[in-house]
Ligand binder design. Structure first.
Ligand SMILES: Cc1ncc(COP(=O)(O)O)c(C=O)c1O
Length: 353
């Protein structure tokens, strides 16, 4: 199915105000955005317009009942030939549609997702930072737009994409709090989706952890709080002895695309990786026995960052006391080389725009 995208260009580019040496994260937006409407039957009016406010009814159903989902992905400038590269974009489209199904929202065809995305990136290409660790963060999202009060699935939706040039999300190894009071998701719930409510619900416990001096929460299973799951926006890896362990996927955590790339990449590099339940006790024992060599988290926004230590029930466990980052550095270097087009991609993950 082909989609004809109309383009209304912004009259003046804001790029001259953009300082690539001082980007931060999520505060600067490129000149254009992509929009398409679901009219209850089909996607209509796919269009690029200048980035700017949307006009919405106060009764907009997404605001009241939470039918709102999103994705996060990045475009990179190839350090070899300057071409624009995407990393596994179809995986984001698949995950968006998984979230959509659970939230009773329409599916976005790959052709619409990719043509909206590539048209937008072609127009706003100059915004992709060429700085070390810089990228264009891309936010595809969909929300319910019925002008209606009453709890029922909306009939109308907007699918949109906008972009922000970004630098590193975290700049130093993190201290995390193993959460054993609050829960992020429940079995049978929506933890495996990127629905907006998951993030709103996590803010109170995360703010509490930050007030206690931690950078992030390490969520545990909602029933026993004995099994570690993921952090706020990343998946978790631990190097125990000579094995890299990551919690197996359940319906209470998000199947990160970076997580999958780290598992595949590490195996390609000759490491042993296990996807299995990982208990708080195993991590604590491994610190005590000096077998916990590294802990790190992975995600599109955060990329890959080490965990310096974790607290559990007010006891603090130092992971990086020996300063070991061999495994995390190896996989970070490998994935960055793929993302920035510096090595041949053995998996067909990078897509040239
Ligand atoms: C809750 C959660 N876990 C993990 C991740 C990492 O996923 P990805 O690697 O696809 O960015 C994210 C980010 O999307 C997230 O929001």
């Amino acid at each position: 199915m082909g989609f004809e995208i109309t383009i209304e260009k912004s009259e003046i580019s804001r790029i001259k105000n953009f300082d690539p040496q001082n980007i931060g994260f999520g505060k600067i937006f490129t000149d254009h955005m992509f929009l398409a409407n679901w009219d209850g039957n089909e996607w209509i009016n796919p269009r690029i317009v200048p980035y700017g406010p949307l006009s919405l009814s106060p009764a907009t159903s997404a605001i009241h009942y939470g039918q709102s989902i999103f994705e996060g992905m990045k475009a990179f400038k190839s350090q070899k030939d300057g071409k624009t590269l995407l990393f596994r974009p179809l995986e984001n489209c698949k995950r968006l549609n998984k979230s959509a199904e659970r939230m009773v929202m329409p599916s976005v065809p790959e052709a619409l997702f990719m043509s909206g995305l590539t048209t937008l990136l072609t127009l706003d290409e100059a915004w992709i930072p060429k700085t070390e660790g810089g990228a264009l963060y891309i936010r595809p999202y969909m929300f319910a737009t019925d002008d209606f009060i009453g709890v029922k699935p909306s009939e109308n939706f907007i699918f949109a994409i906008f972009c922000c040039p970004v630098g590193p999300y975290y700049t130093k190894a993190l201290k995390v709090k193993v959460e054993d009071e609050f829960s992020r998701a429940a079995p049978g719930g929506v933890g495996f989706t990127k629905c907006a409510g998951n993030y709103g619900a996590a803010m109170y416990p995360t703010q509490k952890a930050q007030q206690e001096g931690f950078d992030q929460i390490l969520w545990t299973d909602p029933v026993s709080h004995q099994w570690v799951e993921e952090t706020g926006t990343t998946n978790l890896f631990a190097v125990i002895g000579n094995t890299v362990v990551t919690p197996s996927l359940t319906n209470t955590l998000l199947a990160g695309i970076t997580r999958d790339s780290v598992i595949t990449g590490l195996r390609h590099l000759g490491y042993t990786v296990e996807e299995r339940p990982l208990s708080v006790q195993e991590l604590k024992d491994a610190v005590v026995n000096s077998t916990l060599k590294e802990m790190f988290i992975t995600g599109t926004a955060a990329t890959l960052i080490s965990i310096q230590g974790f607290s559990h029930k007010s006891e603090y466990f130092e992971v990086l006391d020996k300063g070991n980052t061999d495994t995390s550095l190896a996989i970070k270097t490998f994935l960055d080389s793929l993302r920035y087009g510096n090595i041949t991609d053995p998996f067909g993950w990078t897509v040239v725009v």
